[in-house]
Design a protein around this ligand. Structure first.
Ligand code: 2P0
Length: 326
């Protein structure tokens, strides 16, 4: 009736951008990510027959009814799937700098799904776990696994073939990600809303779907060969293509700030000097720079000198979900 799980965040190298079914969290395209070692969530779930409703504690603070209701709707999905009938105490600690604009929904829902499934007492496969996590937040489906992970969009309407699969294990390729924080501000257009608006109104979305399918093939080939330049060129191009769709939306929107562009220019300048660094950007202004271990220090030094940079977090490839005592 009680279980504790840890899950790490992930960074998409090929982006999830668009849903074909909002209720079931079914994406329009496959995506591919690298799990990160530095940022993670630990969650305890305890089903308790004495509780009259779910209770949600985040970082030691009991959450308000609105936040609790969000998590409770997810717990209802777990209860329906597992046959568990009791309400639960959910106690979660986020080791993710959310105030700095880093998303915790991937690690958050992956850890919650894992702890809740385990606590329910039923046996379940990793596919089933990925499917459950997906229904909290799409990118959480990928955080079940460490290393490099592909989330397959599947074909079925019920989402039963829509889950993540590991494509390269954590220790198989040592890449680094520098998470470059340029602002603490909360984003203006949330990713869920931005995705929806883009699908519904951007004439560039059709082009995105065509491009992302090609980028995925390139990225997988590059990972299979451990060809960093090929992967870097592909991931940077894919991020730019995703962001291009938002400019075509109605009303249009943009996640970048001038500071974002400064970091992008600095990365391009490093490349002109023969250093292999490539950027990717999610639904916000901060930038992630992907590189190989031998270039990390030099890239860190160069980016640290930019006046727009507030903080740089250094990440390696991280592990998948683990279950903990306590
Ligand atoms: C990704 N993003 O692949 C993409 C790239 C943002 C840009 O996954 O609505 O929080 O909960 O499924 O997973 C952010 O979207 O969206 C995201 P929901 P989620 O990482």
């Amino acid at each position: 009736m009680r279980a504790k799980a840890r899950a790490h965040t992930n960074i998409a190298l090929i982006k999830y951008w668009g849903k074909r079914d909002e209720k079931l969290f079914l994406p329009t395209n496959n995506s591919l990510s690298m799990t990160l070692d530095q940022f993670y969530t630990e969650t305890v779930v305890e089903f308790n027959p004495d509780l009259k409703q779910d209770k949600f504690i985040l970082d030691g603070i009991e959450m308000n009814p609105e936040e609790t209701a969000k998590v409770s709707r997810f717990m209802d999905k777990i209860r329906r799937y597992t046959g568990q009938s009791h309400y639960a105490l959910i106690d979660s600690i986020n080791h993710v700098p959310t105030a700095a604009g880093f998303a915790s929904s991937a690690s958050g829902y992956a850890a919650l799904a894992a702890a809740a499934m385990k606590a329910s007492g039923v046996s379940f496969s990793e596919n089933e776990l990925s499917i459950m996590a997906r229904q909290g937040s799409g990118s959480a489906s990928r955080s079940i696994y460490g290393g490099f992970v592909e989330w397959q969009k599947g074909e079925k309407e019920d989402g039963s073939d829509c889950y993540a699969v590991p494509i390269l294990e954590q220790g198989a390729w040592d890449l680094r990600v520098l998470s470059v924080e340029v602002t603490h501000e909360v984003k203006k257009v949330l990713s869920r809303e931005g995705m929806k608006r883009t699908v519904e109104t951007s004439p560039f979305f059709a082009g995105w779907l065509e491009a992302v399918a090609e980028d995925l093939v390139e990225a997988k080939a590059a990972i299979a060969k451990r060809d960093f330049i090929h992967l870097g060129e592909t991931l940077e191009r894919n991020a730019l293509r995703m962001h291009a769709t938002t400019l075509g939306a109605n009303p249009p929107f943009m996640y970048w700030q001038s500071s974002t562009v400064k970091v992008m220019e600095a990365v391009q300048a490093l490349r002109e000097n023969g250093i292999h660094a490539y950027f990717t950007i999610d639904a916000g202004p901060n930038v992630k720079v992907v590189c190989q271990p031998e270039d990390e220090e030099q890239i860190l030094d160069a980016l640290s000198e930019l006046d727009v940079v507030q903080n740089i977090y250094r990440c390696k490839v991280g592990p998948g979900v683990s279950y903990l005592e306590g």
